[in-house]
Design a protein around this ligand. Structure first.
Ligand code: G6P
Length: 611
């Protein structure tokens, strides 16, 4: 949700900012802009992608070793050149890039207009540029103090970087609720939304905390808080590699990430499981074992794809560890005055670790005394730092906006957690426990096998590339997979799709079925096989086209379905790790055939840092 990058050093800033913005484009791609400071402040911005900005700026004088850049996901004001960031103050002295939302912007705007400020954009961000200018000019404050003072007036979330034309060797950054990281190179400094634009130059970073302000000049950096007290900071050394941020020969990041899943699922299990020794341990559970083992209830909070893996977590925790679990949309949970107490464990499930709704729900639960367990991919992200305990899913950077490998890694970690708890609580039969462990270790090679039928899935996609609607059905563990399959199709090919519990079809969606309605049925469940068979018959009787995901060697469903994709046999609780793969590939190929933008689907952003 908006990406920020800024540079101060001895190199040319512009190419570094452009490359950084390209890496951040997954956060938003409505417009892009840079401000360069070399004696005077030059601002270049353009509606559209970073490539549009590059074309626009190609013949401009771009010399500067200090600059800020922004890629936008529009909230206030439509995506156009004027609303693009950087935003600037009335006299053009202050330029600012911002990620977040200033909730009291209209009150501030009115007050600033009365003071004579002239606004040009519809953005909430612009008020900050004017406010900072007000403190610089009329209160004669330093840039750092002006930013500090201005931020005391702000209600909302922000990560900002500010330049002042009269301070040509200084950049000031600050954050509240939105992420900001400072990169420390050799005679050069960076401030960015995440480490992806920085890692090419340095792996030494500082994650700013809420209400911290960093001022960077050519001699170094200083971090203060809102009361102007100098802050001690921790420098982290990241082990992120540049290759992890490249497509590595694939046409799209999404395809690369789908194909990475044998490796990423293995990575999620590394060091946590040993079937020979019948052993599972999840560090985050171990450090708070008593509280977690004796929890009255688990509440899983998440959004989007993470919410779908949370639903699978519910089935796993209930079946294996016999615990109460509720799965909540973070955005709904926090506005309901939920009943949470000290005996509850709240699991915040988030790929990015920065989703605003999940963070707010987590804060609420923390204030009410629950233990917070973060399951996160992005190392060092805000949710990981806010949690009492937690587990990284270790999927590596996920860049395609539609989440794929993070989903399977989240489900893997939730499975390990359920098993660890089940073992500790004695709620699982020893033989079954061992069987699941052995089977889990085979999952990566089984995913690999499914990836080999990619060409067959591509052919099915060809048949369905022009569809207008699709229905996805699944039962038990495969119901959340049906939701996830439908979401993938919606997100990247803009086809209306709905996921449903197969049996619920009779209570509504069956009315939609005719010869134009493809129905994807996940029909692998051993337990409900007969039932799912009837559901397929019900669809076929109404001339719906059935694409069935079946277990290898299936005979019955093959006779009924129009198209069949086989997946290897596994035990019920592990099925989602396999059955979701063909659905990811199906959505991918349909979107490619429809010539959609796979990695940057319209209106979406990878990391939703506004509520
Ligand atoms: C956005 C992304 C989704 C993601 C959701 C939750 O909508 O486009 O892919 O599932 O946010 O994100 P999180 O980072 O919290 O898992």
């Amino acid at each position: 949700m908006c990406g920020i990058v800024s540079y101060l050093g001895d190199k040319e800033a512009y190419p570094i900012l452009i490359e950084g913005l390209q890496r951040l484009e997954y956060r938003g791609y409505d417009s892009a802009g840079v401000a360069l400071l070399n004696k005077s402040l030059q601002v270049f911005k353009k509606k559209g992608k970073v490539s549009d900005l590059q074309a626009f700026a190609a013949d401009k004088d771009l010399k500067a070793s200090l600059g800020i850049g922004h890629t936008r996901w529009a909230t206030h004001g439509e995506p156009n050149d004027v609303n693009a960031h950087p935003q600037f103050s009335t006299n053009g002295r202050v330029a600012i890039v911002h990620n977040g939302i200033i909730e009291n912007h209209s009150t501030l705007r009115k007050a600033l207009i009365e003071l004579g400020h002239v606004f040009t954009s519809e953005t909430d961000t612009e008020v900050l540029a004017h406010l900072i200018e007000e403190y610089l000019v009329n209160f004669n404050l330093s840039l750092e103090s002006a930013v500090q003072r201005a931020l005391t007036k702000i209600v909302g979330a922000f990560a900002i970087v500010v330049l002042d034309e009269e301070n040509p060797d200084l950049m000031v950054g600050a954050r509240r609720s939105s992420p900001l990281v400072v990169g420390l190179g050799d005679n050069e400094f960076f401030i960015a939304s995440d480490a992806t634009p920085i890692i090419k130059y340095t792996n030494r970073v500082i994650y700013l905390k809420d209400d911290q302000i960093v001022a960077i000049d050519r001699n170094g950096y200083k971090v203060t808080n809102a009361e102007n007290k100098t802050q001690q900071v921790k420098i982290k050394e990241l082990d992120l590699k540049l290759e992890e941020l490249e497509k590595g020969g694939y046409d799209h990041f999404m395809l690369k990430e789908i194909f990475q899943q044998p490796a990423t699922v293995k990575e999620a299990m590394r060091g946590r499981i040993n079937s020979m020794k019948a052993f599972v341990t999840v560090g985050g559970i171990q450090v708070n074992l008593n509280k977690i083992k004796n929890a009255q209830r688990f509440i899983i909070i998440a959004c989007g794809t993470s919410w779908h893996s949370g639903l699978i977590g519910e089935y796993l925790f209930e079946e294996l560890a016999r615990t109460n679990v509720e799965v909540e949309y973070a955005s709904e949970f926090r506005y309901r005055n939920p009943i949470i107490g000290e005996g509850d464990v709240v699991i915040a499930l988030s790929q990015s670790g920065e989703t605003a709704d999940t963070m707010s729900a987590l804060k609420l639960a923390k204030d009410k005394g629950a233990l917070i367990y973060g399951i996160v991919n992005n190392v060092g992200s805000t949710i990981s730092r806010m949690s009492d305990s937690g587990s990284y899913i270790h999927a590596g950077p996920e860049i395609g906006v539609a989440s794929t490998k993070a989903f399977t890694s989240q489900v893997t970690v939730l499975t390990l957690m359920a098993l660890h708890l089940a073992y500790e609580k004695g709620t699982i039969d020893v033989d079954y426990f061992r069987r699941i462990l052995v089977e889990l270790e085979h999952i990566p090679s089984k995913i690999e096998k499914i990836l080999k039928v990619d060409a067959q899935i591509q052919l099915i996609a060809k048949e369905f590339q022009h569809i207008k609607n699709a229905l996805y059905l699944g039962r038990g563990y495969n119901f959340p997979v049906a939701l996830e399959g439908a979401l993938k199709l919606k997100e990247i090919s803009y086809v209306h799709a709905e996921g449903y519990p197969a049996a619920e079809m009779k209570h509504g969606p069956i009315a939609l079925i005719d010869e134009n309605m493809p129905v994807v049925v996940i029909a692998t469940n051993v337990a409900a096989y007969e039932k799912i068979l009837s559901n397929i018959q019900e669809v076929s009787a109404r001339k719906g086209k059935v694409i069935a995901i079946v277990t290898e060697g299936d005979v019955e469903i093959k006779k009924l379905a129009d198209y069949v994709i086989e997946i290897p046999t596994t035990i019920d609780p592990l099925t989602p790790l396999l059955s979701v793969i063909p659905l990811q590939l199906l959505a991918y190929h349909i979107a490619v055939l429809r010539e959609c933008n796979i990695d940057q689907p319209r209106n979406l952003a990878k990391s939703v840092t506004v509520e």
